[in-house]
Design a protein around this ligand. Sequence first.
Ligand code: NAD
Ligand code: DAU
Length: 342
Amino acid sequence: MKLMVTGGAGFIGSNFIYYELKHHPEDTILCLDKLTYAGNLSTLEPAMKNSNFQFIRGDIADREFVNALFQKEKPDLVINFAAESHVDRSIEDPGIFLQTNILGTGVLMDACRTYGIKRYHQVSTDEVYGDLPLDRPDLFFTEETKLHTSSPYSASKASADLLVLAYYRTFHLPVSITRCSNNYGPYHFPEKLIPLMISRALADEPLPVYGKGENVRDWLYVEDHCAAIDLVIRKGREGEIYNIGGHNERTNLEVVKTILKELKKPESLITYVTDRPGHDMRYAIDPEKIHKELGWLPQTKFEDGIRLTIKWYLEHRQWWENILSGEYKNYFNTMYGKRLHQ
Ligand code: NAD
Ligand code: DAU
């Protein structure tokens, strides 16, 4: 089978490409990525040596380009990871989130309708459900939880999900959707909580914790997410949504303190900064459906996953130091300049 993986030069997409090359050597993979600030071709260097892998640079929202690519390549499965993915950036400038996350999804699905497809899979997020209160640990997001978005990012992802379901009902496009909780692991862009804190702690720089650090996220090691998507695209039912998460809830402060302890750095590096506007309190996934239907269960406990992740960042300094020394430097100064000095 030929898989088209969009957004494969980013964090989860690249991990998924390596998962597929390892577990399905009979398949071929075509990665389509625009290489935005979040896409990194060096991440895919080992894959480039594999004759079953091909990289194409392009924009999923460019209809003419996408149609020509589908006509030439005729993929069997399309797995759409391509997105603007950072909540804080969506608060600064929502426009590109609508363009890529909503329009891009529509363009890809139109090409699927025109050229035929076995499955279009949308990689979505638990953020489409909004948040849960801290004082109700008994509550979890199920696939039936109503959509209730907080940020332009989550609203754009929820819009895309609705479009995917509409294409299933109206055009009978064979689709599936997964909604996953927070991932962590190798190749995570250092603007996100865990890699940001690891890189800054290693440099003995202040660690900017939003608000009081009480917000809770349900952390999943990225390889477990890849295994779940692999199951859904091959064995999951068409037209279905599957939630993915690992019952690994931690407050942000717990996560940051764990990183500091592992790196033997002092807690005095923690700096409380202005909160994110509209900041979601707690995410927590009920993964019962994917467990019952497809037998998926997370394999990596947070304590093990965070150690593996820290080890990876220590062993791949060049990868993230290149990012930190480039255009990202301006982003950090602009975004955190006002936060750190309040
Ligand atoms: P990322 O920001 O690390 O990577 C996104 C990739 O998409 C980059 O390689 C970028 O170049 C590419 N891209 C952006 N716009 C594009 C366009 N118009 N055309 C083609 N390529 C484009 O993101 P990630 O964290 O790997 O997330 C991947 C997907 O998983 C996203 O759809 C995100 O919403 C979803 N998701 C992420 C998480 C998480 O914790 N990171 C959790 C659940 C769901
Ligand atoms: O839940 C899935 C989502 O997880 C994905 O859909 C998103 O693409 C992904 O970016 C992630 O969103 P979050 O907003 O939860 O991730 P982020 O790493 O930006 O922040 C995690 C928590 O840490 C959040 O409560 C905000 C807080 N935070 C973040 C940063 C960057 C800080 O306290 N300080 C920071 O500097």
